[in-house]
Design a protein around this ligand. Sequence first.
Ligand SMILES: Cc1cc2nc3c(=O)[nH]c(=O)nc-3n(C[C@H](O)[C@H](O)[C@H](O)COP(=O)(O)O)c2cc1C
Length: 290
Amino acid sequence: MQEYATSQAAAKRIEDALAERFGETCSVDPDLAGLDELARIASHRVHRRFLPRLVEPKLLRLLCACALSAPSKSDLQQADILVVRDKVKQRAITALIPDMPWIADAPAFLMFLADASRLPQIARLRNKPFPNDHLDLLFNAVADSAIVLTTFMRAAAAVGLGCCPISAVRDRADVVSDLLELPQRVIPLAGLCVGWPVEEGAVTPRLDLSITLHEDRYRGSDVAAQDLAQQIDAYDRRREQRRPYRRQRDPARWGEAEVYGWSEDKARQYAEPLRTDFGACVRAKGFRLE
Ligand SMILES: Cc1cc2nc3c(=O)[nH]c(=O)nc-3n(C[C@H](O)[C@H](O)[C@H](O)COP(=O)(O)O)c2cc1C
């Protein structure tokens, strides 16, 4: 009886989180296995405010080991984690990104790396040719690294920790690379702030499943631009009710919009050139992008 009540509560938590996320009802069978895990995944949110409480190195190592248990393309194992223990280095990274003070405040700071350095070394070691020095090498390493990052976040959430990925480290990938002594063919995917969260935080609504979930073929070519505009407007309104933007981006350039939704914010964000030198930085790290 007690067990049934617990699984009913977990099913309800999932339904509530997904309703908040997608604005639609997904009914959940309380007899399904793994409902606690699904509830955690469905209720995901990033955390940027942390208690001044240590994350034990032993716990961090356990979470890293769990994260590095993630699947890996062809078992190539091209993702690494670098734990930034040195607070001087953590502060130096914060100084590069002054509008994200949560990096300095994070009790633990990790760097997730796409590491394609070992494969060519192994080829040399085993006296083999290496005709695969092209874009796919980078792509595979980045995919592995993103999966390890996500798996770390799931493991951290399971023990009650909160996380915030920081791709802004790539704004100054060259400096970060020097600071952490990253060799050729190793690039930072993202940093990660980790700590015990101050508050529960809230679910961020996502685009409707009718936009991002496809069946058999990509739906889009048959959706008139006008329909997509309506769907985006509807999402903007749904999101506004739950998570209104507190500040408008760059009002000096764009003015104060009467209605400021997600699409206005993202359009403004991407109206600025961002990381235009990143390709050069990746090439300088020895990757070939052809
Ligand atoms: C790859 C990646 C990079 C991110 N980079 C940053 C970042 O540089 N700074 C930051 O504050 N948040 C960053 N975030 C967090 C996102 O802003 C956040 O996931 C998004 O707003 C949605 O919120 P939610 O994760 O709570 O649903 C990043 C998230 C991902 C997945």
